[in-house]
Design a protein around this ligand. Structure first.
Ligand code: TXE
Length: 494
């Protein structure tokens, strides 16, 4: 990719986006639209339909009808595979356009967006397309006069609610396995990052996905998201976002049809540095990128740095040096390493966390403030706070911004204790040359993923899912398929 191609794309006007219902572009039932603010400069970029409950009900009805008549679930696996493979090809063919569009409304630096967004979404769709004709039912080991068959059936209608940090990647984590197994899907993108996901949904239709199998409705979570959550016609909710919304979704399920609810709710992931790490310079650089890339708006971000006391000061200095060397700015420049914070609300929340950290006795080693304000965009300097106590707000609450809290520890036992001292459990990292210690830490720290002598970057072959209040159910890998099927037993007397 060269900068010229990116500059050419960003100069094009961004069209207004409508819902995608039953294979057609549809305006909101009352005609309302929402402004899309670009975090790059704070200006209105375009509009999307501001969905009503009626719009969402129409999308759900379309998905239900598509599921019931078998226009997708009833196709031979090879036919479904072909459509999904074509979709992945189209995502790849339009990768730059999708990435630039996505960066314009979510602010991720383009170098990361190109890899993590269309690239990863295409790979995910392709992974589940390739898997779908390799998923077999089972024959149970019954007595000889019985045949016990276990069928794997699609669940029906899946509601997929997606956040703003990586809309294509996270969208594909839900859409790939759900569609591969024959379900219909109603997609609800985030208010502040819907454009690239809406475009990716259009490409599914171009690839030959029958109308109604994938519907997408934009609008406010408390309106269209709530209608989706409370629907009697939705069988599964697949969500990535905040704990507060996750709780609501569980309530909606309880108040309606007890639909299955799968939640990925972020975390407060500890990155643990022992003095015997194989390469402390590398550990410092990776610790910085593990929290500061995409301005910290990464569910697995290593937002808590736990450092062995003997190396604390030198290591923090090395991380600060790496952080200060990272280029913050226009996310559509290829050499930018930290893009924009997604919204002014999120930026203000991040700054609020810094003030609280100071009030609670933390020392700001670097950053701590908004920068590049003259651009009108939402930028924040990578921020490191030391002296963060186990009960401090910065230990206990997810910031979801470029803010790293540092705590020191004396022993391995203390490191495990600190690492497990929050309600979360999504990810973690440990840096050590001691193989036994590495394995003990992997077992001892309660998370869905532990990185050893690296941080982040796991591919689609392994599951990602949290424990505790980081959620339930895994995205990625063949395990994700389990969320989108029902097991049905046929008990046959011979
Ligand atoms: O999340 P919300 P927000 C965390 C992070 C961040 C905080 C707030 O800490 O600071 O959440 O971000 C839809 N019924 N994460 O406000 O509200 C909403 O429209 C149904 C962590 O953006 O949870 C959007 O599509 N849906 C995280 C989606 O939920 C509702 C990624 C997520 O928005 C709804 C993002 C409702 N009542 C934020 N209310 C991660 N795990 O990586 C909102 N939504």
């Amino acid at each position: 990719m060269d900068q010229h191609q990116i500059d050419t794309l960003r100069a094009l006007p961004v069209p207004a986006f409508a819902h995608l219902i039953d294979g057609k572009h549809v305006a909101a039932s009352d005609g309302a639209t929402m402004d899309v603010i670009s975090p790059i400069d704070g200006q209105v970029l375009t509009t999307t339909a501001k969905g009503t409950a009626r719009d969402m009900e129409a999308a759900i009805a379309s998905a239900r009808a598509a599921f019931e008549d078998g226009r997708w679930a009833g196709q031979p696996p090879a036919a479904r595979k072909k459509v999904l493979m074509k979709w992945a090809d189209l995502i790849e063919a339009n990768a730059l356009e999708l990435a630039v569009l996505g960066v314009q409304d979510n602010g991720t630096e383009i170098s990361m967006a190109l890899k993590a967004e269309p690239g990863s979404a295409a790979a995910t769709i392709r992974y589940y397309a390739e898997a779908l004709d390799k998923i077999y039912g089972e024959i149970a080991p019954t007595a000889s006069d019985i045949l016990g068959l276990i069928h794997k059936e699609p669940v029906g209608v899946v509601g997929a609610i997606i956040p703003w940090n990586f809309p294509l990647m996270i969208g594909a984590w839900k859409l790939g396995p759900a569609l591969a197994m024959g379900n219909s899907v109603v997609l609800k993108p985030s208010e502040t990052a819907s454009l690239s996901l809406m475009r990716m949904a259009e490409l599914a239709l171009e690839a030959g996905l029958p109308p109604g199998v994938l519907n997408a409705v934009t609008g406010e979570g408390r309106v269209v998201g709530e209608t989706l959550g409370l629907s009697m016609d939705v069988d599964v909710l697949a969500f990535t976002g905040s704990g507060a919304t996750g709780r609501r979704l569980m309530e909606y399920a309880a108040r309606s049809n007890m639909k299955r609810v799968y939640l990925e709710l972020g975390g407060k992931s500890p990155n643990i540095i022992f003095a015997d790490a194989p390469n402390l310079d590398e550990a410092a650089t990776v610790a910085a990128s593990g929290i500061f890339r995409n301005a910290g708006q990464v569910c697995v971000a290593g937002s808590r740095l736990l450092v062995e006391a003997a190396i604390h000061d030198d290591f923090v200095a090395a991380v600060a040096k790496a952080a200060e060397a990272m280029r913050v700015g226009d996310p559509l420049q290829m050499n930018t390493q930290i893009g924009a914070v997604n919204s002014d609300i999120q930026l203000q929340a991040n700054l609020g966390f810094v003030e609280t950290a100071k009030a609670e006795g933390g020392q700001i080693i670097t950053g701590g403030e908004r920068i590049l304000q003259d651009t009108g965009g939402f930028y924040m300097a990578p921020t490191i706070v030391t002296g963060v106590t186990p009960d401090a707000t910065l230990t206990q609450k997810e910031v979801f911004g470029p803010v790293l809290g540092v705590t020191s520890f004396a022993t391995e036992e203390e490191a495990v204790h600190l690492a497990n001292g929050t309600v979360y459990g999504l990810a973690g990292g440990v840096w050590t040359s001691n193989l036994s210690r590495a394995h003990r830490m992997v077992r001892g720290v309660r998370t869905g993923v532990m990185h050893v002598n690296t941080y982040g970057g796991a591919d689609g072959t392994v599951p990602l899912g949290g424990v505790g209040q980081s959620g339930n159910g895994a995205d990625k890998s063949l395990h994700a398929i389990e969320k989108y099927i029902n097991l049905k037993t046929a008990w046959i007397k011979l």
